[in-house]
Design a protein around this ligand. Structure first.
Ligand code: AHR
Length: 502
């Protein structure tokens, strides 16, 4: 099967915001406890943080991490997580039916984020609480001193403020499962008043308002229209979430789901433009796609725990073990974000450690990279610069979710500073290789090319503690330079990164 792709140095989509490669850590299952924090672990540092996990997060190169939820945040008291650990209360976390001892709070998270080299993106509770607790939290985190909450932070051992820029105003407030769920009008009003108060503190904060939890919600996309009508002038981003499932074990349908993601982004972009027009506004609200991933491998078994009455500390829930097929999916999802990087400025893989995550740990044992770690790492490390508007000509197939799905899913990024163009390409055809002719217009002469390939004969192949290197990137040999073009052979069901030095 043949495909032709043209990239032109002047046909650009946008400069990619590095936060497109963000991540997420929630107080959920073993994400925090025995994930990033395990004081008794052989690799733990003086603060109880697992340094083996910090090393893997650094290698992943995710620039920002959202915290502390997720559904958890909607009944969370941030003040429970400050002061001496022995005085912190144990609470019932209503979202995940878990006991929370609050041994990790804002100080511990901030300390971990600094060590892991990630910027903090914090969420405030607009479910069980409201404006007052949100403004106190922001004062605690960002004010230098001389006020009640900032002096409390200093007393608790942190002299200088953390200066957190990006704040989420609640989480999935459209969802009936959310503690403190609201109608769009109620939430929009509360979010707007909270945004005004936070802006009175610091007009430069970047504020994220909740959009729909997914595009099958009955309130979508009217929810976005109503919430934006209430908040447009005072916020910067609208948050969207989407999880990808393959219960029917149909790879062609599964790998077509990013078309649905693309439609979702397109529709919400339209709603943003509609409200902008109504308000005669000059401002552009962007999309923060702050939860996305494959999530279905453990959903049914976790239901048993979530329906029970067995409150435990950090139960092992949402521990999806990813396979090679998920590598292809994660590659297509990241490509969608790159192609939509004019509208999507922030995106967070959900989540980072143990809970539907690229990194897994065993309590007291090792940490390892799941299969999906690799496409994320490659995009995060090499997908920075200017997203290119590619012209793609490739045979297509029809799936349940969309007709005309291109067998070749490809995104291109030009890094002018480094003098490189990088392509991320997925062959969605399981029976034939794709022969791709890639013309590079007005980039100068390609000098060198490298090909990194991820593929496995078995779509179900997984990385486990016992066999952590079952699915890993290898050097590919399928790409050559021919004048100003590249010729690439992409094996059936494969992920490729092609880097061109100019
Ligand atoms: O990431 C797991 C959960 O998915 C989050 O807590 C919630 O926001 C979403 O429904």
């Amino acid at each position: 099967m043949r495909a032709r792709v043209t990239a032109h140095s002047r046909y650009a989509i946008a400069d990619i915001d590095k936060r497109l490669y963000g991540s997420f850590l929630e107080h959920l299952g073993r994400a925090v406890y025995t994930g990033i924090y395990e004081p008794d672990h052989p690799s733990a540092d003086a603060s109880g943080m697992r340094t083996d996990v910090i090393d893997l997060v650094r290698e992943l190169d995710t620039p920002i991490c959202r915290y502390p939820g997720g559904n958890f945040v909607s009944a969370y008291n941030w003040e429970d997580g400050i002061g001496p650990k022995e005085d912190r209360p144990t609470r019932l976390d209503l979202a995940w039916k878990t006991l929370e001892n609050n041994h990790v709070g804002i100080h511990e998270y901030a300390d971990w984020a600094e060590k892991a080299g990630v910027e903090m993106m914090l969420a405030v509770n607009l479910g069980s609480r409201g404006l007052d607790e949100a403004r106190s939290f922001v004062e605690y985190v960002n004010h230098p001193g001389g006020s009640y909450w900032s002096d409390m932070r200093r007393k608790n051992g942190r002299e200088s403020p953390w200066g957190v820029k990006t704040w989420c105003l609640g989480n999935e407030m459209d969802g009936p499962w959310q503690v403190g769920h609201k109608t769009a009008r109620e939430y929009g009003h509360l979010a707007n008043e909270t945004a005004k108060a936070l802006r009175a503190f610091d007009s430069d904060l970047e504020l994220v308002v909740c959009g729909s939890s997914h595009s099958d919600m009955p309130t979508y996309p009217q929810w976005e229209a109503t919430v934006l009508e209430e908040t447009y002038d005072n916020i910067d981003h609208i948050s969207l979430h989407m999880y990808f499932e393959n219960y029917e074990k149909n790879t062609a349908n599964f790998l077509a789901l990013p078309e649905k993601l693309d439609r979702y982004i397109g529709t919400v972009s339209g709603v943003i433009d509609f409200v902008k027009g109504k308000k005669r506004s000059k401002k552009d609200v962007k999309i923060s796609f702050d939860e996305w991933n494959v999530w279905y491998h453990t959903r049914k078994q976790d239901q048993v725990y979530l329906e029970g009455k067995d409150w435990k500390y950090w139960p092992p829930i949402l521990e999806d073990v990813y396979n090679f097929e998920d590598v292809l999916q994660v590659g297509c999802i990241l490509n969608t974000f790159i192609r939509r990087s004019d509208r999507v400025r922030i995106a967070c893989i959900a989540q980072l450690v143990n809970v539907i995550a690229p990194i897994m740990t065993e309590p007291g044992g090792p940490a390892w990279r799941q299969t999906i770690y690799y496409p994320f790492k490659l995009a995060s490390r090499h997908g920075r610069g200017t997203a290119l508007q590619l012209d793609v000509d490739c045979p297509t197939y029809d799936a349940d979710m969309a007709a005309g799905v291109s067998y070749l899913d490809i995104a291109g990024v030009h890094d002018a500073e480094a003098g490189s163009v990088t392509f991320f390409a997925i062959n969605r055809n399981g029976s034939e290789p794709l022969e791709v002719e890639l013309s590079l217009e007005r980039f100068g002469t390609p000098k060198e090319v490298s090909h990194t390939l991820i593929r496995h004969d078995d779509l179900e192949a997984r990385n486990t503690k016992e066999a952590p290197d079952t699915v890993v990137p290898q050097d590919g040999n399928g790409v050559s330079i021919e004048g100003n073009s590249l010729s690439a052979t992409l094996p059936p069901y494969s992920y490729s990164m092609i880097r061109v030095g100019l």
